[in-house]
Ligand binder design. Structure first.
Ligand code: ZN
Length: 427
């Protein structure tokens, strides 16, 4: 009797010790990763920009932000005769991605100077792209751009402001941080893809302002083998969107490989996650003043809710699985953010092999890859895709200034190599 009691006490003692040890290890691991900042994704107020045409009657020069994607918050003339354009965000704090876009014209053809200024906490990031039809864009000649207020000690530092020289005439010229790709352009592209591929478009929900959240359903949509593609959670990230376009266009290019792939796989694509932010000319957030790519834990915003609901619905309807998920973004330089290899989903090592094959397929290309260690709280799309559905998931980032033809090439190669891996015979 006393023997068994002793044994029980010993066992209880061991369990307590083991528990303490386990807690200690978890705590140490957590500390090593740093504390996770708590950022609420509950809707906050935003400052809506006033849409208007700004007239300088004496000069007969006009500026306008009255078009989707436009952003110009205020304008005045300084003593030097320059037009000082103030660019402010939808709300703050906010990421350093100060989007701007405006039209400018003049009664007489002349050269004008425009100074782009930002709030104290922001810097000039995007040198202007110009267009006369809103479709074709060319970077402004670097000779016509003067960066102001760079840190002289730091070559890499961003300027506080920029002065640009523009030739203006009766024909309006668009001046934009990156090529303008408002919802109308994205939807036209989707319609063209849907037509070419004979594929339907589904509305999976609506944005906060009631714009449609449109999804392309490509390939075999009754297949149990599925993948998900999203882009443009962040409005200015046009280069990531270009990579997504090249990627999708390759998946439907009519080649034998792509046709075979689409017979086997269901491919679900949301090219424009944040149509309100894009059309309102936002720096980063949706109309709820929230960074959508921090809302994949709490799902306070309709845009993230729509994708979450779609995923659970589709898995229930098909009885299948999502094997791959990709979210296209832009940042300073090209970089891939996969999951750490310790996380194994429905197709372990798929992303690792895929990135290796992309590197091998592009001569002299050394991709930058940074795997994420932290999965919880999920917050960002990639982590949620893995956590909800076992997708091998990745954030695919393109640099702001990556040459546009190289973006296309990378997007196409990414599609070709993915199709090869996903078409391998399976047990
Ligand atoms: Zn982004």
């Amino acid at each position: 009797m006393s023997n068994s009691k002793e044994l029980r006490q010993q066992t209880v003692g061991r369990i307590v010790l083991l528990t303490i040890l386990t807690l200690f290890i978890f705590a140490a691991f957590g500390l090593a990763q740093g504390p996770e900042p708590v950022i609420s994704t509950v809707t906050v107020p935003i400052e809506k920009q006033v849409r208007q045409t700004f007239e300088f009657k004496d000069d007969r020069v006009y500026f306008s932000n009255e078009f989707p994607g436009g952003r110009l918050n205020a304008i005045e003339k300084d003593e030097a005769g320059r037009y000082v354009v103030t660019i402010t965000p939808e709300n703050a704090p906010i990421n350093m991605s100060p989007w701007y876009a405006f039209k400018v014209w003049s009664r007489k053809k002349k050269e004008i100077q425009v100074r782009l200024v930002y709030p104290e906490y922001a810097r000039h990031r995007y040198d202007p792209k110009l267009s006369t039809d809103g479709k074709t864009w060319t970077p402004l000649d670097p000779q016509k751009i003067v960066h102001e207020g760079k840190d002289p000690q730091d070559e890499e530092s961003l300027p506080r402001s920029a002065v640009i020289s523009l030739t203006v005439s009766r024909r309006p010229v668009w001046v934009s941080a990156q090529e303008l790709q408002p919802s109308s352009e994205v939807f036209a592209w989707m319609d063209a893809i849907a037509k070419k591929a004979g594929a339907p478009i589904e509305e999976i929900g609506q944005s906060r302002e009631g714009r449609p959240l449109r999804m392309l359903r490509l390939g075999n949509t009754s297949s149990k083998r599925m993948m998900l593609v999203i882009s443009r959670q962040h409005p200015p990230e046009v280069t990531g969107y270009f990579a997504m376009q090249a990627f999708i266009e390759k998946l439907i290019d009519g080649s034998e490989a792509s046709s075979a792939f689409r017979r086997d796989w269901g491919i679900y694509v949301v090219p424009l996650m944040n149509p309100d932010g894009v059309d309102e000319g936002h720096w980063r957030h949706n109309q709820g003043g929230i960074d959508l790519n921090r809302d994949w834990q709490d799902f306070n915003q309709p845009e993230t809710q729509a994708v979450r609901n779609f995923l659970s619905r589709r898995i229930a309807e098909t009885g299948g699985r999502f094997y791959f998920g990709i979210d296209f973004h832009s940042t300073w330089n090209d970089i891939y953010y996969p999951m750490n290899r310790i996380y194994e989903g429905n197709s372990p090592r798929l992303v690792e092999r895929w990135l290796g094959n992309i590197q091998a397929a592009i001569e002299g290309y050394e991709p930058r890859i940074q795997a994420t260690e932290r999965l919880f709280p999920t917050r960002v799309s990639r982590n949620y895709f893995f956590d909800c559905c076992g997708m091998e998931a990745i954030v695919y980032e393109i640099g702001d200034n990556t040459p546009r033809d190289f973006i296309r090439k990378k997007g196409e190669v990414a599609a070709v190599e993915l199709m090869k891996l996903l078409s391998e015979p399976r047990p």
